[in-house]
Design a protein around this ligand. Structure first.
Ligand code: RIB
Length: 309
């Protein structure tokens, strides 16, 4: 088992999926049957990916979630444990483990369809039962692949416990409930999610600036909109908004790049890094993940980033 010597602690409340990944020349049209290049089955889920990223990038991590009592669940749990992630708060439910059907095209873009399965069994009661996992962390991360009532409970508990609270609103289907925003320190959507949250078109850094301003006007404290190869738009409390350019890399697969960014950012915050340094570190980690295939297999380790200088 890998171990981490630091006292920086991150707890992730979220999803674990078995990713069924097809590489194909392009993304299929409705009604079309398309011949793919390859198939792979790899560990994923936004929660699991963010937990693995935080662990590989320097934090001690706990995972709060739910897998099924099936081979996928056993494999997902074992994968986290192999990274030294504390799975005391990872329940086993009655539903099958979550799955994600992913198509990655030759331009390294993807589409993802998820079936929640046991991720849908994370409840407010589970959050309360596992509050010790939240209490132990400096930083708590949530996404939206678990039921909203559980996410709300986790955000509220983390806020009450005085933690740094990150919400990755993914997938987003519309605006967040207004009473969630005061519970969140860092709201981190991508372009698609920022558009869903605000009702605005978000395709450029200028669009991102408008969306971030709208989210801050609605009560979000710090907004970080990830823009893929175009970088990151950061609207931080008490600072001038800024566009952080992305490191240039040859993209192979963007799956889990956002998760790597979030896990890396959280690991840095838990270690006491300044926000600006944490953002640049997380961008470098995400850029490296894009050069490799798969969700959790693509996430780099701290030593790899250090070796690159
Ligand atoms: O963010 C990438 C992840 O989204 C994949 O691993 C898939 O499981 C979905 O949750």
């Amino acid at each position: 088992m890998a171990s981490n010597s630091t006292d920086a602690r991150v707890t992730v409340v979220g999803s674990l999926n078995m990713d069924l990944v097809v590489r194909a020349p392009r993304l299929p049209q409705p009604g079309e049957t398309l011949a793919g290049h390859t198939f792979a089955q790899v560990a994923g889920g936004k929660g699991g990916n963010q937990a693995v990223a935080a662990a590989r990038l320097g934090a001690r991590v706990a995972m709060l979630g739910c897998v099924g009592a099936d081979p996928n669940g056993a494999q997902l749990r074992a994968g986290l444990e192999a990274e030294g992630i504390d799975c005391t708060a990872l329940d086993t439910g009655r539903e099958p483990s979550g799955v994600a059907l992913i198509v990655v095209d030759d331009a390294s873009q993807n589409t993802i369809v998820i079936v929640a399965g046991s991720n849908g069994e994370v409840t407010p009661d589970a959050i309360a039962r596992h509050e010790a996992a939240l209490a132990a962390a400096q930083v708590v991360i949530c996404q939206l692949e678990t039921p909203p009532a559980a996410v709300r409970a986790a955000l509220a508990a983390a806020r009450r416990l005085g933690k740094i609270v990150i919400l990755n609103p993914a997938p987003a289907t519309g605006p967040l409930p207004a009473d969630w925003l005061p519970l969140i320190d860092y709201l981190i959507p991508n372009e698609t999610e920022a558009a869903a949250l605000t009702g605005l078109t978000v395709e450029s850094p200028d669009d991102a600036a408008q969306a971030a301003a709208a989210l801050r006007a609605a009560g979000a404290r710090n907004v970080l909109i990830t823009l893929g190869a175009r970088g990151l738009y950061a609207a931080l409390d008490g600072a001038a908004p800024a566009l952080y350019d992305a490191p240039r890399v040859a993209a192979v697969d963007t799956t889990a790049a956002g998760d790597t960014f979030i896990g890396g950012f959280a690991a840095q915050l838990a270690q006491g890094a300044e926000v600006d340094a944490a953002l640049r570190f997380a961008q470098r980690a995400a850029a490296l993940s894009v050069t490799r295939a798969g969700a959790q297999p693509s996430i780099p380790r701290r030593a790899e980033l250090d070796a690159l200088g």
